[in-house]
Structures are given as C-alpha cells and as structure tokens.
Design a protein around this ligand. Structure first.
Ligand code: HEM
Ligand code: HEM
Length: 208
C-alpha cells in the first residue's frame, strides 16, 4: 500500500460532504446554520483551489486534470469495460471534481448575494434580466426601508441558488456512482482510500 491522499485532501473531502449536507438540509429551516455551512463550503473550495497548486503530488490539478480528448477517451474505455486504473483521480473523476467545484462555488456565491439586498442591487446593469432581479427588490421594502428576502420566493437569484444546489446534488449522485463503479472494476475500496489515504501500489498496467 502507498499513501496517495494527503491528510488535508481527506479532511477537505469529508468536511465538504458534511458542510454541503448541513447547508442543504437546513435550507429554509435554520438560516443561521444554513449560512455558516454555506460559507464553510465556500472556504473549503477556496482552500482546495490553493492546495491544487501547492499540495502533495496527487492533490495537484496538474497531476489529474486532463483535456476533453483524454476524458472522452477514458469514458469510451469505460463503456467497453477496459479503462485503466489510476492511482490518483481518473480523467472522468477529475472532470467531475471541476463540475462540483463550479456548482458549489456558484451556489455559495448566489447564497451570499441573496443574504443581503444591497449585494443584489450591486449586480452590474447589462443583460435585460438584471433590472428584473433588482427592481422588485426595492419595490418590496418593509417600513424600515429594508427588504426581507425571506418574504420573496420569486427572485431570479433565489431560483438560481436553488437550481445550482439541486444540480450539485445530482452531480454528487453521479460522483458516488462513479466511485462505486471504479471500486468494483478495480477491486479496491475507494471510499476507504479517501479515509485512510492509502491505495494498492500500482501494477504494470496502472497509471501512477
Ligand atoms: C457533498 C457530497 C460530495 C462532494 C461535494 C464531493 C466532492 C469530491 C471532491 C471535490 C473530490 C476530489 C477530492 C480531492 O482531490 O480533493 C472527491 C473525491 C472523492 N469522493 Fe467525493 N464528494 C461528495 C460525496 C462523496 C461521498 C458520499 C463519497 C462516498 C460514498 C465520496 C467518495 C469520494 C472518493 C472515494 C473520492 C476519491 C475518488 C478517486 O479515487 O479518484 N464522495 N469528492
Ligand atoms: C453551497 C452551499 C449551499 C447550499 C447547498 C444551499 C442550498 C439552498 C437551498 C436548497 C435553498 C432553498 C431555496 C428555495 O427553496 O427557495 C437555499 C435558500 C437560501 N440560501 Fe442557500 N445554500 C448554500 C449556501 C448559502 C449561503 C453561503 C448563503 C448566504 C450566506 C445562503 C443563503 C440562502 C438564502 C438567503 C436562502 C433563501 C432562504 C429562504 O427562502 O428562506 N445559502 N439554499
């Protein structure tokens, strides 16, 4: 066995799972916990972007990010049941990591926008949709001149926030499916590897 995932990658991963679950489950139930969990997601993603540049070997983006050609070739091999074993992330897993980071950041960012109407009002003017988002925000002021986002369910940003959160959930389901499939194909428990950091040493056909 050799160590592949460094401790920070593992803490990042399971911390992200916990923070996302917490944010998702407390949405519209417990605003303070929801927002803290959402900021934890944002902080973890920000940390991972830095760690992808300076972290240990298998944590680095340069080690596992592949172009569309290599990713499609890997997916093609998967459908034929002859994809190779990667010691680090395989190209499909790597693409999923990018997709998850994008939807997680988008969810946290739109949540941050929603949390304060002055942030919504700072959205740049431009596309026709923007006045539609901002104008009703001010029309709904309460008697202190504040807008309570909780009273408004039709806001485009709120819609976007919800769509991104649900898209993330869908990606997570595919991600867990991919992990299960790769675990079966290569007869190794990838979930345990993400806990212990250890994986079976590469064989001659594996890509280290
Ligand atoms: C909120 C849910 C989840 C998110 C956002 C998520 C996100 C991620 C990310 C970003 C990575 C890359 C890790 C890194 O290099 O830093 C990863 C890898 C991994 N995740 Fe998740 N994950 C989630 C849930 C799960 C669950 C529930 C499992 C297990 C059942 C799981 C198992 C794994 C495994 C095994 C890897 C390593 C894959 C490999 O061997 O290449 N993840 N996940
Ligand atoms: C990435 C983590 C996050 C996830 C998964 C998430 C998920 C959700 C979901 C599913 C909803 C319900 C939308 C609806 O049904 O209308 C929601 C609402 C909301 N979220 Fe988030 N969110 C996240 C981060 C944040 C952050 C960082 C903030 C603010 C700091 C935030 C603020 C809000 C607000 C203000 C609402 C509207 C609540 C309401 O309608 O009462 N969220 N979020």
């Amino acid at each position: 066995m050799i160590r592949v995932w460094d401790p920070l990658v593992r803490v990042f991963h399971w911390g992200l799972v916990a923070a996302f679950a917490m944010a998702y489950l407390t949405a519209e139930e417990l605003d303070s916990v929801h927002e803290i969990a959402g900021y934890a997601v944002a902080g973890l993603v920000a940390f991972r972007l830095v760690w992808g540049l300076v972290g240990s070997r298998y944590a680095r983006f340069a080690q596992f990010l592949k172009g569309p050609g290599a990713t499609l070739a890997y997916l093609g091999d998967m459908t034929r049941g002859r994809e190779r074993r990667y010691l680090g992330h395989n190209p499909a897993g790597a693409a999923m990591i990018v997709a998850l980071m994008v939807t997680l950041s988008g969810t946290a960012f739109t949540g941050w926008l929603l949390e304060d109407e002055t942030r919504l009002a700072m959205l740049p003017a431009g596309p026709a949709i923007v006045p539609a988002i901002v104008a009703p925000a001010w029309a709904d002021d309460d008697r202190y001149g504040r807008r309570d986002y909780r009273e408004r369910g039709d806001d485009a940003v709120e819609e976007l926030h919800e769509v991104l959160a649900n898209l993330t959930l869908l990606l997570v389901a595919l991600h867990v499916g991919g992990v299960a499939l790769a675990s079966v194909r290569h007869r190794e428990n990838l979930v345990r590897a993400m806990i212990t950091g250890q994986k079976r040493a590469p064989g001659p056909d594996d890509i280290a």
